[in-house]
Design a protein around this ligand. Structure first.
Ligand code: MIG
Length: 687
């Protein structure tokens, strides 16, 4: 049961696709207050209520005990105290004796105080008077999530090749460097499907250009890589370089497709290319125009993109620098006030992504002029939409890979997201684990973090453990920042263990892809908290570092340095499979309860649920070479069971064809259980 409450005159956000009549009368469950120009809704929580949701946000799976802002923010250090990250996903579910969900559909800042100021108080605070709140009732948190997902529409569907292992780094400077990355993977037998091109491939950081000096024959190079089973995935930044003669700049200016200042001139900010304009993604014409430019690269054979800097992130603006200059000119260097030092520091750091700048430019939303801060959360989402809608024109029958840094619910229908600039910290591996179900709740299914960590220097064991989790995330990409220790697997001594861990991913692809597709098609989650499947188990309810991945398995990744294993809670009897590689495994049936499970740094523990089945194929160098005619089955049952695997060609869009399901069954055959499937079963491991 969903109720919709409209306040003021909200700007359409495109988040919700369901047609829901607004409700009359006061809002249910929430008490509404007005204080100092703000609207505050509060809800009193019970002592043991859990609050799920908020998608891309720091801290735990249970959001209780923190303050969060739905305000897309460029945060290069995602520490625990950060209240906003790149995405604004204002959906929460409070669950305890009763369960209720709230979606605050607002394009500007929304603050959630979830038991921070007072343990039992949940406050939702808005400064903008125009917004919509949806109140969702359901029989459980999971039920509410599914209703919410249906209301916001089917998630973007990635091509199957995007389930392969992908390598990225900010600073692959030219074709030869990319060739070497590929060769090193191939020579070491490390499977690989894609290499990313960060801003260095462009000519002067100009969108939709390729440096001729560094990539002299780009289409030829794309083909050369493709012949080796490798896709190149270029980055596109939000800002367009101001450079007379550069066609994108000239067109945007001529047709008035950039964001404007109050005086009617195009807004200018400094980003990677230097002085740039921002395309007005809030304008349908600008979206169509910018989107059509992706064709320049798809015509050269490109099949996937990542959109960056679209919060939008800004280094500084001229106005900001001027103000800072005045401040410095009048700065009293003889001051004895230490507070002045911190003020000085804050002023410098505050030049980037400054709220004042966000309040100084405007969008033309097809006739309606709105100041940026009022629609801030929609900017990156509409860049994703621009690209997604363009792909439907450019290649209507083909899936493209697309994911973005900034996002707002609604953009999940056009592309995935990656979680931005994390660090090579063990705590960020844990954050990655806890964030996956929250992202799924908000519709982001094709997602993942920079494996190994973006900033800081990674170590061999951190990368290995992180990959041990990353083999389950749809986006499995190792990415690192310019200037950090090289993070490709082959840089850490003998690559055998990395090769083995990545081989596990490839044999899991048919299962993972199937569970991903089913989650997309049924508005379901691929990563679930244990509590969603075992709601009456009070231990399962509080576990945050174990996840259900699809219907057959539970994972319990090791995320601490020097650990030899970890404690795992089993909400029912399960079959432990410790993978050392795709083919080397050990098995153990484990009873419901708490266990210490040993897993060396080069091992990945997976738990097969009772009466479930896990199909595995043979590993391969890249997804194109996966042989999905033959399977090995691991099953934990003494009864007849069936697993329906979703399988299609991975590129076209015939999603709802009933032929896309293949059955794997364990059946009683004259008193003996055997495997039955249209696929060739090369081995059955039955427990
Ligand atoms: O200001 O393009 O999050 O993945 O490598 C940094 C360079 C800009 C931020 C992205 C990161 C990317 C980097 N970008």
């Amino acid at each position: 049961m969903i109720k919709k409450y409209v306040y003021g005159n909200p700007i359409p956000t495109n988040a919700v696709v369901a047609d829901i009549e607004p409700s009359e009368g006061g809002i249910q469950y929430l008490t509404e207050l007005e204080m100092g120009g703000k609207i505050i809704f509060n809800y009193s929580m019970e002592n043991d209520d859990i609050v799920y949701g908020l998608g891309e946000a720091a801290r735990g799976l249970n959001k209780r005990g923190g303050i969060y802002h739905g305000f897309c923010t460029d945060v290069p250090d995602q520490t625990e105290d950060k209240q906003a990250l790149y995405g604004a996903h204002n959906f929460i579910v409070v669950t305890g004796m009763i369960s209720v969900g709230f979606f605050v559909d607002c394009a500007s800042d929304v603050k959630f105080d979830i038991g921070y100021t007072a343990y039992n108080m949940l406050n939702i605070e808005l400064t903008c008077p125009d917004f919509v709140i949806y109140v969702i009732e359901g029989k459980s948190a999971y039920d509410i999530v599914k209703q919410f997902r249906e209301m916001i529409g089917r998630s973007y569907i990635a091509p199957r090749w995007a389930f392969g292992y992908q390598q990225s780094r900010w600073s692959y400077m030219n074709e030869d460097e990319v060739r070497k990355v590929v060769k090193n993977h191939r020579d070491n037998g490390i499977s690989l499907d894609a290499v990313y091109l960060d801003i260095d491939y462009m000519d002067g950081y100009k969108d939709f250009t390729v440096s001729e000096e560094r990539f002299p024959d780009f289409p030829g190079f794309v083909r050369e890589m493709r012949d080796q089973g490798i896709r190149l995935v270029p980055i596109i930044d939000a800002g367009v370089k101001i450079e007379p003669g550069y066609d994108i700049y000239e067109e945007g200016r001529q047709y008035q497709l950039f964001c404007k200042k109050g005086d009617g001139t195009d807004f200018v900010a400094a980003v990677w290319p230097g002085r740039t304009h921002f395309p007005d993604f809030m304008n349908s014409g600008a979206r169509m125009w910018f989107g059509s430019k992706y064709k320049l690269l798809t015509d050269m054979g490109i099949e996937g993109f990542w959109n960056d800097m679209n919060e939008p992130a800004m280094f500084f603006t001229e106005d900001g620098v001027k103000e800072f200059k005045d401040y410095v000119d009048s700065f009293d260097f003889n001051t004895n006030d230490p507070g002045k030092f911190f003020e000085f520091k804050d002023k410098i750091l505050g030049l980037s992504n400054n709220m004042k700048d966000y309040e100084s430019f405007y969008h033309n939303m097809d006739g309606r002029i709105v100041r940026h801060d009022q629609v801030h959360n929609l900017y990156g989402a509409n860049m994703t939409r621009a690209a997604g809608e363009a792909f439907d024109q450019i290649a209507p029958d083909k899936r493209m890979l697309l994911f973005s840094r900034a996002s707002y619910i609604g953009s999940h229908r056009y592309g995935g997201i990656w979680t931005g600039d994390n660090q090579s910290w063990w705590s960020h591996l844990l954050m990655n684990i806890k964030m996956m179900p929250s992202l799924n709740m908000c519709g982001y299914l094709y997602s993942g973090a920079d494996l190994g960590g973006f900033g800081c220097n990674c170590t061999s064991d951190l990368l290995m453990r992180w990959l041990g989790f990353g083999i389950f995330t749809p986006l499995m990409r190792n990415h690192s920042a310019l200037g950090t220790r090289k993070q490709e697997c082959y840089n850490f001594g003998d690559p055998e263990d990395f090769r083995s861990i990545i081989s596990i991913r490839y044999s899991l692809i048919p299962y993972l892809y199937s569970e991903y597709m089913k989650a997309c098609l049924n508005n379901d989650m691929m990563f679930k908290p244990l509590s969603f499947e075992y709601p009456s188990d009070s231990f399962a309810r509080i576990v945050e570092d174990q996840l259900l991945v699809g219907e057959s398995i539970m994972i319990a990744p090791v995320y601490e340095q020097n650990a030899i294993g970890r404690y795992v809670y089993l909400p029912e009897d399960m079959l432990l499979v410790v993978f050392k590689s795709s083919s080397v495994r050990r098995y153990q049936i484990m009873k419901k309860g708490m266990h210490f499970v040993q897993a060396a740094v080069n091992e990945v523990p997976v738990f097969v649920r009772r009466n479930k089945l896990l199909p595995l194929c043979r590993t391969a160098q890249c997804t194109d070479k996966l042989d999905t005619s033959m399977f090995e089955i691991i099953a934990f049952t003494d009864d007849n069971i069936e697993y329906m695997m979703y399988e299609d060609d991975g590129v076209s869009k015939d999603y709802d064809n009933p032929d896309n399901y293949v059955s794997f069954a364990i059946k009683d055959m004259d008193g003996i259980l055997g495997a039955v499937s249209p696929k060739t079963i090369v081995k059955l491991s039955l427990f």
